[in-house]
Ligand binder design. Sequence first.
Ligand code: SF4
Length: 207
Amino acid sequence: MMELPLYANIEEVSADALGCRACGRAETRAQVVFGAGNRDADLMIVGEAPSATDDSTGLPYTGPAGEVLDELLAEAGTQRDAVWITNLLRCFEGRRRDGRLENQPARTSEIRACSRWLNLEIQYVKPRVIVAMGSPAAHALISPEFKLTEQRGTAHRRSDGTQVIATTQPAYVMRLVNLADRETAERERERLVADLQRAVELATGPA
Ligand code: SF4
């Protein structure tokens, strides 16, 4: 059931979220990274969790992955200012692997704890279409059984009428480039743009 509105607007939701301590990431973050963008957007992008750069800027999808996302959005016919960008989780946690700092994958308990804020963002922004970036977002927004490799790019209607399209993360394309697998990276990039284009068409087309 849809939550009853407890806030006057999305800014009030954001102000409340900034003090959230509902999961362990309250101890690892520098600050809460709430969603940002156009509060009347027809298209919402949902990733997994803020990056280390986001943790210092306080905005989602900043740094290298954000630059790639901006390019992909432009190729798909939209831009950051026209959409609402957020994540399943609103706090950063890093882990060291092979001497490098990387994002700690979202834990199921954290996704459950932070779903309150995501549901409120969806409730207040009221997007027509949501792009779930990566398997965790697709599992949370479509179904735990969703298979990104087989079902990406197809629209799934939620009970609230919003359509969800799942695709891969911009960071995946970056990883392929770093592995010098340029051919696969280019192919993956084209598929990601095609998924975003489909989402833009659905969000801007007839209801
Ligand atoms: S990740 Fe979400 S639930 Fe956890 S402390 Fe941050 S805002 Fe709260």
